[in-house]
Design a protein around this ligand. Structure first.
Ligand code: MN
Length: 477
């Protein structure tokens, strides 16, 4: 028998990586594993993979496996995959083999039945597998068909056993058994990238931000009023560390702001990079060191200053607006955006307002985004005319919420997610999940630089879904 990974290797370009590819790391003993990955490449398909002899023997099933005992599914036998791919969930760069997004749709253990030698069974064209997954249970049978569909064409069926379920459709169960996410959600916020050109053990590259080592914070705390601080690979001369920057209880010093900035920078950076100053986490720390007490950056990137990267819906309360009124408006926008199929997320400003960010593809002008936001808000405003004003002038607004879209302009700025606000206790502008608009405890200034990191630990960053979700703005009718 040839090297089971040979075809896998041939399809990938190892020329750029001299290391040996795929040592057959294999399973770790114990029961054999199987996985089904829902893979949106040039076409949607489900990859059904069984661990055999330390590799993943694989079939691509266009319509997906099913519990329906009357279904007969085409399954194309494809090359073995390295065992390291077993629980891969993320994206494969477009242009590479299998480019697209992948979720772990099901996984568990399996055993071959009717044979002790599954490799030989496959060579013989018939594999019986008892699977114990979260979605798939019972006896699957793979039969080689050949014929018109080519020599790799097999048929996949589920036996009439206790787990069989007539009419069962895999597309009715679209979420990952690992993360609970759909392919769309993974595509919008992939946590891992599969580098097909790298050795299997190094192919899954984390896209999650690297947290700051605790040592860097300890070093900052150990400095006197000034000193040299090593942070994110840079030596920063930091001064006035005990100066009070914000009132608070206790007051917030520059040292505390720098520590917060360094901790949050890897999270906040993707929303502000490529703009004026912040191209790496150290740049954000440096800005704080030079006196920046909040982070406002252009809405466009430096390389295309006339093209906004986000459309902004700015719900700015008037002095007659209650927090409940503002939430009502934010929820109406949520409904409208959901209806339009637009990916967007709200954040509290850290003061009184709520902003909604809508990532857009390149090519729009500020006129385009402003007009779109105004049309949307006008539609929403018609539902609650007693709450809103379209007037930019504060006096003419009569204390109502302003919905005018004028934040979408080349000379306006983005208040970055997780930016501190120069106020009592250093409140923070915090991204929210849409469902949090229904939380009776939600407050616009509810988090500070002292509490927001705990929230992140618990809830993650709701804005990450916006990264990679740049979209065309649908017509509003
Ligand atoms: Mn595939």
């Amino acid at each position: 028998m040839g090297d089971p990974l040979e075809v896998y290797r041939r399809k990938r370009d190892f020329a750029r990586t001299p290391e040996p590819a795929g040592e057959g790391a294999g399973g770790v003993g114990g029961p054999l594993r199987f996985v089904v990955q829902r893979h949106r490449a040039s076409r949607l398909h489900y990859d059904l993979r069984f661990e055999i002899d330390g590799v993943l023997v694989s079939w691509a099933v266009p319509k997906g496996p099913t519990l329906d005992p009357d279904a007969r599914r085409l399954a194309m036998h494809v090359e073995d995959h390295p065992f390291e791919y077993l629980l891969f969930e993320g994206v494969i760069p477009s242009g590479e083999y299998g480019g697209g997004d992948v979720i772990v749709w099901d996984t568990g253990t399996w055993e071959p039945t009717k044979t002790d030698d599954p490799r030989a069974a496959i060579e013989g064209g018939e594999l019986h597998a008892e699977v114990h997954g979260k979605k798939l249970r019972g006896r699957l049978v793979l039969l080689r068909r050949g014929g018109d569909q080519g020599e790799n064409a097999w048929m996949l069926l589920h036996k009439h056993d206790d787990f069989a379920a007539s009419g069962w459709d895999p597309e009715d169960h679209p979420r990952s058994v690992l993360s609970g996410r759909t392919n769309d959600e993974v595509k919008a916020d992939p946590h891992f990238l599969w580098r097909s050109d790298a050795p299997a053990a190094e192919a899954a590259v984390s896209l999650l931000p690297e947290p700051l080592p605790d040592q860097a914070i300890d070093d900052l705390m150990a400095l006197g009023k000034r000193g040299t601080w090593e942070v994110f690979g840079r030596s920063l001369k930091v001064t006035g560390l005990d100066k009070v920057l914000f009132p608070g209880d206790p007051p917030v010093t520059k040292r505390e702001l720098l520590a917060y900035t360094a901790r949050i920078a890897p999270i906040a950076l993707p929303y502000v990079e490529g703009r004026t100053f912040a191209d790496d986490p150290a740049a954000l720390v440096e800005a704080a060191n030079l006196g920046a007490r909040e982070w406002a950056v252009p809405i466009s990137r430096a390389d295309a200053p006339r093209e906004p990267t986000y459309a902004l819906i700015d719900l700015e309360p008037g002095d007659r607006t209650s927090w409940d009124d503002l939430l009502t408006l934010a929820r109406l926008h949520r409904t409208a955006l959901g209806h339009l199929g637009v990916t967007a997320r709200p954040k509290v400003t850290g003061r009184r307002g709520i902003q909604i960010w809508v990532p857009v593809v390149a090519g729009y002008s500020f006129d385009d985004t402003r007009t779109w936001v105004e049309t949307l808000s006008e539609t929403v405003g018609q539902v609650v005319p007693e709450l809103v004003s379209a007037k930019a002038d504060v006096k003419q607004r009569k204390g109502l919420v302003r919905l005018d879209g004028t934040q979408n302009a080349i000379d306006k700025t983005l208040l970055a997610p997780y930016s501190p606000r120069p106020d009592f206790g250093a409140p923070v502008s915090v991204p929210l999940g849409w469902d949090e608009l229904d939380d009776p405890d939600l407050r616009p200034g509810g988090w500070t630089i002292r509490t927001v990191l705990d929230r992140l630990e618990e809830k993650g960053d709701p804005f990450r879904v916006l990264l990679g979700a740049a979209q065309e703005l649908p017509e509003i009718t």
